[in-house]
Design a protein around this ligand. Sequence first.
Ligand code: ZN
Length: 222
Amino acid sequence: MKGTGDVWNHVVPRDCSWYWKKLNSLKTMMINWYSRGQYKLAPKGEYSVSCSYATMLGTMTKLKEADLIWSSVLLPRQRVVVWLVYKDRLLTKERMTRLHMQVDDSCCCLCDAQVDETHNHLFANCRWITEVRDALSSWCGVQIRKAKAMQVVQWLKSRKWKQFKKELIASVWGAMIYYRWQARNWKVFRSINVNTGFVVTQIQIEIRGRTEWLRNSRKARR
Ligand SMILES: [Zn+2]
């Protein structure tokens, strides 16, 4: 640097620190962003963090159903769990076995079916979630599909409903997914049985609260 005073032509010394080497390695990626002291990614030639970030990300395919998972109708902590279920990424006993982690009993702990605790069983087929789903379906007047998370979200996305109704039903389903996982964890780690009736009431209170909160928002009019 001292010799040239120009970071772009600077040759990294062999004995310099790891950090300086790493920092300089970014030049190869960024060198095309500049021309004659001007920053090419922004119209006025000034540096822009957002332009650089977008360029680094490159072109990515947008998930069509993302608005139903990351909807503001659903509570933030619930969105994260729904996203993990959608991606089949929760640490179920079946997944733990696949990852060679120790599992004492691989069966579902919330029913007597004696079947492996898979994503599909936990969130679609289990008797526990069937009870909750049936109660919520009659409450909201929409028969929520019994299927894998990805299929449910795609099904909701394809409905000919207003956007707000899609997000509302997706949130009822999402809250059910969240409480299902919580009930499983309470049973596994605290030996507490969570009653399905309690969960249904809790979801109804939450959804009413969220819709009341959003009643006058632009979202509710869409
Ligand atoms: Zn079960």
